[in-house]
Design a protein around this ligand. Structure first.
Ligand code: ADP
Length: 375
């Protein structure tokens, strides 16, 4: 099945972007005259490099609102996350670089038996860095980052979700190379139940078709005319879930590479403290090794919260000690509240913030990993 346009017809124009971006062409609506056309046109014309402009040069059309929403809410042109910002997870970083980045950078090599994976799934407890990893992949590969959550697909555009999925992939090809990141994929692609809503079923079917379309393009590798080493105009699908066991089997099969993103170990936790506390003043008595031991079972997000809470303690104490009013607090100078954090601040923060992931769910991840995961 050929790529589908927003209205369901095959899109011819996108490959020939240059033709569509002919700046000398005078885009008007000949069927509207004078004042009437003025009234109907939006004052703000779409950016000439945007997908919206390619589809509707004057910014108006049957799906322009949907496209505008996607361009605004889904595309993150500049995610700016480096692999160095992410604590540990060395195995996951290596796998992602090999499975997602190299096929984009070296398309000639990733052909035939070395064809890229159809999709990559990261699974594991919440707050362990899955979203950060996806952004780092997009940043390092200089790809456009599409950040999709179930809410951007389903709730806002109920009834139009199927079309939205089609437009989304068409847009991804337009902005290629693109990394499509689907967070909480279980919410979109959960196992089919007997009483599943028909609309939901159709969205899933469309998503499967689109993911297969992406895979066909990828496995064909670089086309004949593509110069050696040229970046593949490619779309890679990366997904994440905290509930891998809820995934529909059809999606599980397409997400061929399945990587476990675990809770941080001691080394990871130490790095997390260091990353979070970069540039923060620390008192002499702080002992990171003790904190690392005390945070066994904490996720990366939990440790960020502990650091944030501890970093607020000096100001809170000053307010309590001085019985300061709100006005007095607001008038404090930066130097007066930028006080080094002490070990007891961290210990207090640890009392406020406990680990968010249960032991039972860790067992469930281990079981799923043994059955379906990849190393
Ligand atoms: P997930 O997608 O796995 O739920 P995120 O990537 O959104 O988790 O991480 C949430 C927050 O937790 C991040 O913004 C970051 O502050 C922190 N965090 C989690 N894991 C890591 C990590 N490995 N390295 C650095 N920060 C992390």
């Amino acid at each position: 099945r050929p790529p589908q346009g927003p209205q369901g017809g095959a899109v011819a124009g996108v490959k020939n972007k240059q033709n569509l971006l002919d700046k000398n062409r005078n885009y008007t609506k000949p069927w509207l005259s004078g004042a009437q056309s003025g009234e109907n046109q939006k004052d703000v014309k779409p950016d000439q490099n945007s997908f919206l402009y390619t589809m509707y040069p004057d910014g108006n059309g049957p799906d322009s609102e949907l496209i505008q929403m996607l361009e605004r809410d889904v595309i993150d042109k500049n995610p700016q996350v480096s692999f160095n910002d992410i604590a540990e997870l060395d195995d996951a970083k290596k796998i992602l670089q090999e499975a997602v980045l190299l096929p984009i950078l070296m398309p000639q090599y990733f052909k035939g038996i070395r064809r890229p994976w159809k999709g990559v799934l990261m699974f594991g407890p919440p707050g362990t860095g899955k979203t950060m990893l996806a952004k780092a992949v997009a940043t390092q590969g200089k790809t456009t980052f599409f950040n999709i959550t179930s809410s951007s697909i389903s709730s806002k555009w109920k009834g139009e979700s199927e079309k939205l999925v089609r437009i989304l992939f068409e847009m991804a090809r337009f902005y290629a190379p693109t990394t499509i990141f689907m967070d909480e994929i279980d919410a979109i692609a959960g196992a089919r139940g007997g009483n599943e809503h028909e609309a939901n079923r159709r969205v899933k079917a469309e998503l499967l078709i689109q993911m297969d379309g992406v895979a066909v393009v990828s496995s064909a590798g670089a086309n004949e005319n593509q110069a050696e080493g040229e970046r593949m105009k490619n779309v890679m699908v990366l997904a994440a879930t905290n509930r891998p066991w809820d995934l529909d089997e059809a999606f599980r099969r397409r997400l061929e590479k399945r990587i476990y993103i675990p809770l941080p170990n001691e080394l990871g936790r130490k790095q997390l403290f260091e990353i979070n506390l970069k540039g923060i003043k620390m008192a002499e008595d702080t002992n990171l090794d003790q904190l690392v031991k005390k945070t066994k079972g904490y996720s990366g997000a939990d440790i960020s919260n502990v650091c944030r809470d501890a970093a607020m303690m000096p100001m809170r104490k000053k307010i309590l000690e001085g019985k300061l009013s709100f006005e007095q607090i607001a008038s404090l100078k930066h130097d007066e509240i930028d006080i080094p954090i002490t070990q007891s601040d961290f210990l207090d923060a640890l009392k406020n913030i406990s680990k968010s992931v249960s032991k039972e769910s860790l067992d469930d991840y281990a079981k799923w990993m043994a059955e379906f995961g990849c190393v």
